[in-house]
Write a protein that binds this ligand. Sequence first.
Ligand code: CU
Length: 176
Amino acid sequence: MLKITVALTLLLSTLVPANAHQEESEQMTVSHPWSRATAPSQKTGAVFMEISTKTGAGDRLIGAKSEDADRVQIHGHTRDGDIMRMRPVEAVDIPAKGSVMLAPGGFHLMLIGLKVPLFEETTIPITLIFEKAGKVEVEALIEAAGASGRTAAPMKMDADMKHGSGSAPAGSGKTK
Ligand SMILES: [Cu+2]
C-alpha cells in the first residue's frame, strides 16, 4: 500500500506544473506569484499573483518589499486617453472571501532598483504586507521575458477603443 502511495505522490509531483505553487497563511492564499526574466541592465520588474482571503472580513495589501530590490511599489493602471498608464496606488482591496488578480495590464508589484537580474526558472523572495494579516512571504517564479502568464487578464483595450476610432457618418446630427 505504501509503495502505491509513494508512486502516486511522485506521479503527482511530476504532473503538477512548477507554476502551480502557492503560499498559504491562516487568512490568505497567494497563488502563483510570478515575474519575468530581466536583462542585466534592466532595473525594474513587475510581479503578478492571485490573492484570496479566507476570512469574512477581507483585507488590504498595503505594501511589499524584497531583499533583491531597493523598493517595491503597488501599481495600478489608469486610462489616460488611449494610453494605459501605470501608477502607484496606496493599497489593493481584497474582498471578503474573494480574490484579486494582480496581472499584466492591471495591478502589479513594481520592483524598483533590482539588485540582481531575474533569471528564468529561479525565484525572487517577496514580502507582502497586509493591513490585517500582516506579512506574508512568497517566492515569485521567474518566467520567460515575454511571458504573459497563465493568469493574464485578456487585454480588451483594442476592442474598446474601436468604438471611437471610426469616423462619424457624414452629416450626422445636422439637418439638410
Ligand atoms: Cu508598474
